[in-house]
Design a protein around this ligand. Structure first.
Ligand code: AMP
Ligand code: ZN
Length: 114
């Protein structure tokens, strides 16, 4: 087993509630949702965070975005709106060191975020 929680979720060694996947990206419901729809979309490949993201990994990011688009549609968020968020580093409250995008929707989201 990897020592990365989200690598272990992608491999199925740690259980999660799957929300969907494609060739390079995997999506699962957040264990502590902060909105009616709160899904995490991750690259299947381990990438630590946006700070170390490289252009050669662009296909992973592209498929994460594509999957988020499909999930927004599946959960009826396309028209009403939703938010895609990367938390990077301590000030943003980042806790897991495997790149992940939050898909948040199903309620009015405040701006600026806290
Ligand atoms: P971040 O603060 O951007 O690093 O977000 C990490 C997210 O991972 C948080 O929203 C957590 O609730 C979520 N999380 C942590 N462990 C799990 C897990 N085992 N399954 C699903 N979501 C998780
Ligand atoms: Zn990982």
């Amino acid at each position: 087993m990897s020592d990365c929680l989200f690598c272990n979720i992608v491999s199925g060694e740690v259980p999660s509630k799957s929300a969907g996947e494609n060739e390079l990206a995997f999506a699962f419901f957040d264990i502590a949702p902060v909105a009616p729809i709160h899904i995490l979309i991750v690259p299947k490949k381990h990438i630590e965070n946006i700070n170390v993201f490289e252009i050669k990994e662009a296909d992973s990011l592209s498929q994460m975005v594509k999957l988020s688009q499909e999930l927004a549609s599946e959960h009826n968020l396309t028209e009403r709106g939703y938010r895609l968020v990367f938390n990077v580093g301590d000030d943003a409250g980042n806790t897991v060191s495997h790149l992940h995008m939050h898909l948040l929707g199903g309620r009015r989201l405040g701006w600026p975020p806290g």
